[in-house]
Design a protein around this ligand. Structure first.
Ligand code: SF4
Length: 467
């Protein structure tokens, strides 16, 4: 519940002006990043407008009207690498000898530090501290050296390592690019002659378009007048789709790599009921994150469902709280119990994950104060024991309550009567993919890409690709 998503990206090619569609798409992707929003369009040259704030705060009708052009990209950002300041907002633009580029990036490079040092030694200055600037600058160099766009993109992909789903404009050419492991989601949709590339399929629903397919790991998709063209670089035998997208980041109604998030969450709820049964009177979800899991838990356990906690819909953003007392009240402002529903009951409280444990502790205490007799916590994501190096806001083991605590100790810490996490096997079963095709780094401590000081999962080293 307390984690922040990384970013959302969208690119649209249309016979009509695209700024309004991009605006709608970014609103749909708002859950992936609430710090800044931006749009770049090609209108003879690339024009970009971006600022800090929610999509509806950044864009007014006047601004959208001025962003003419029938090809463009958009981005919403939450900073995981690089500070939350305007100069780090995206899309990021640069000029080259062949024209302008604009890039929107979701993900994180594991070799950003090395690349930054390498190019600083060559005399480059960087104007932001984002990984995205590294990508666009290397790409610009490749183009400057005379490579054609697709070859320059391939060459850039061979130099960068990590997670990246990109939308890119090279003048009036639109590209969608996914890293060779397909860690972050990216999909393609179509409505008539309009093509859309987006982080999540819900964008296609909002724009009344059909989902065509996911961008494949290591694929470069180009959209233009003549439709869609596909290129690719060699990829390892197994992808490493981030399992967290299905259980936490993506909206429940998003289809990611052919799997609907809602189905995964409900099935995990079924599995949780079998793996961690308990005698109880009522299953209560933490709204909204625990709802699909709770429905699944009810289905398999036969225990009744109750919306015992009500969410205040108008406190979506956690602002900086200057005083401790205000921070303390934060969860109670967001969630309020229906006392008559929980009083005297044995509650199964269901949520998607526990990261630091602080929010769950407060929710358990809210239910107890409301008179719950027992509170049994069930969690739809296995214990998060290790950091994420691929763009999620879990950077150190110290942030993670499960990194050095047993289930029993966590149960004590959050004040629950019992605590059950879904097993890794149960999670993989619910997603329905081969375990080898998933990144499970933060729950196993074994990563699909070499990270200094961490274990590599049992597959080929993903250092470089040979074209
Ligand atoms: S480490 Fe965890 S959060 Fe990060 S990409 Fe892998 S599965 Fe996703």
């Amino acid at each position: 519940m307390p984690l922040k998503e990384a970013c959302g990206v969208v690119g649209i090619y249309s016979p009509e002006q695209v700024s309004y569609d991009l605006f709608t798409a970014l609103r749909v992707l708002q859950h992936r990043g609430q710090e800044s929003a931006g749009i770049s369009v090609f209108d003879g040259t690339i024009k970009t407008y971006k600022d800090m704030g929610l999509v509806t705060e950044v864009f007014r009708e006047k601004t959208l009207e001025k962003l003419k052009g029938n090809i463009g990209i958009g981005h919403v950002r939450y900073s995981t690498e690089g500070a939350s300041v305007q100069r780090n907002a995206q899309p990021i633009e640069t000029s080259t000898t062949i024209g302008k580029l604009a890039l929107g990036h979701n993900g994180e490079l594991v070799n950003a530090g090395t690349l930054r040092e390498k190019y600083k030694e060559k005399g480059w200055g960087f104007f932001s501290n984002t990984d995205s600037e590294i990508i666009i600058r290397i790409l610009a160099k490749e183009l400057h050296e005379g490579r054609k766009p697709v070859s320059a993109i391939k060459s850039t992909m061979r130099e960068i390592s990590g997670s990246y789903s990109l939308v890119l404009l090279i003048n009036n050419r639109l590209f969608g690019i996914r890293d060779p492991l397909g860690i972050k989601p990216l999909a393609i949709g179509k409505k008539g002659d309009k093509y859309i590339i987006a982080s999540e399929s819900v964008v296609f629903d909002a724009l009344d378009a059909e989902m065509l397919r996911d961008v494949r790991p290591g694929e470069i998709v180009e959209i233009g007048e003549n439709g869609m063209r596909s290129y690719s670089i060699p990829t390892p035998e197994h992808p490493a789709h981030c399992f967290f997208e299905w259980v936490y980041f993506a909206r429940s109604d998003s289809v990611i790599d052919s799997v609907l998030s809602y189905d995964v969450r409900k099935k995990i709820g079924n599995i949780l009921a079998k793996e961690h049964p308990v005698d109880a009177d009522l299953v209560v979800p933490v709204p909204d994150s625990g709802r699909s899991y709770a429905i699944g838990y009810c289905e398999a356990s036969g225990i009744g469902y109750g919306e015992g906690l009500i969410k205040n819909r108008y406190v979506e953003r956690t602002f900086i709280m200057p005083k401790q007392i205000m921070r303390e009240y934060n969860v109670s402002v967001k969630l309020n119990p229906i006392k008559s529903m929980v009083r005297g009951k044995r509650i199964v409280l269901v949520d998607d994950s526990i990261v630091r444990g602080t929010t769950m502790r407060k929710i358990v205490s809210i239910l107890r104060k409301a008179g719950a007799k027992e509170v049994h916590v069930r969690i739809g994501c296995p214990k998060i024991i290790a950091p994420c190096y691929f763009g999620i806001d879990m950077k150190t083991r110290a942030q993670l309550i499960a990194s050095d605590k047993s289930v029993e100790e966590i149960k004590e810490s959050i004040g629950a009567d019992s605590l059950g996490y879904v097993s890794i096997e149960g999670l993989v079963d619910a997603i329905g993919k081969d375990r080898k095709d998933l990144c499970l780094g933060c729950i196993t401590g074994e990563y699909p890409i070499k990270v200094e000081g961490e274990k590599l999962r049992g597959q080929e080293v993903l250092d470089r690709y040979i074209d």
